[in-house]
Design a binder for this molecule. Structure first.
Ligand SMILES: [Zn+2]
Ligand SMILES: [Zn+2]
Length: 160
């Protein structure tokens, strides 16, 4: 088993993960753009049993997702403002880790098989989507549970 650690900018909050992330989600939605202050969120999905906060106690901010109508809770450091992970009502057994908070953000393989890009329709200009990875206009399944169309590019695709 591979164990990895991460934490916030000021060091007050630390966490540990066990094993591989189950899925890797690149989310281009406006919520994630605003919450990260960047172009998109790189989110590693872990079973809650494979993730634990080892130091400090995160503050939380919850809101209702406009897309799913379900609660999304951001766990962050009240001192330095770093966001560490999301707790999602839609996926009660998992957490979504903000991948940039890992001590080594490059340990995990960027394999296309377990990666997906979602909310492609909102992706910022200049973002490059890699080839052979699943891309969805919005969510992978609709609010009523129907699978949505999956796009895939044969070459790197630059949003314009
Ligand atoms: Zn902090
Ligand atoms: Zn998002």
């Amino acid at each position: 088993m591979s164990n990895h650690e991460g934490g916030c900018l000021c060091g007050a909050l630390r966490y540990a993960t066990t094993g591989e992330p189950a899925r890797i989600v690149y989310c281009h939605c406006r919520f994630c753009q605003r919450a990260t202050g960047g172009a998109y969120l790189v989110e590693l999905m872990y079973a809650k049993t494979n993730f634990r906060v080892t130091q400090g106690r995160p503050a939380t901010y919850s809101l209702i997702s406009a897309g799913s109508g379900k609660r999304v809770t951001i766990n962050f450091c009240v001192t330095c403002g770093t966001k560490l992970f999301l707790d999602l009502e839609r996926m009660p057994d998992d957490i979504g880790l903000y991948a940039g908070t890992l001590d080594d953000p490059n340990w995990w393989a960027r394999d296309a098989a377990r990666s997906k890009h979602i909310f492609f329709d909102m992706a910022q200009r200049g973002v490059v989507i890699p080839p052979h990875v699943s891309v969805f206009h919005e969510h992978v399944v609709s609010r009523t549970g129907e699978p949505q169309t999956c796009l895939m590019f044969d070459a790197p695709h630059c949003v314009d």
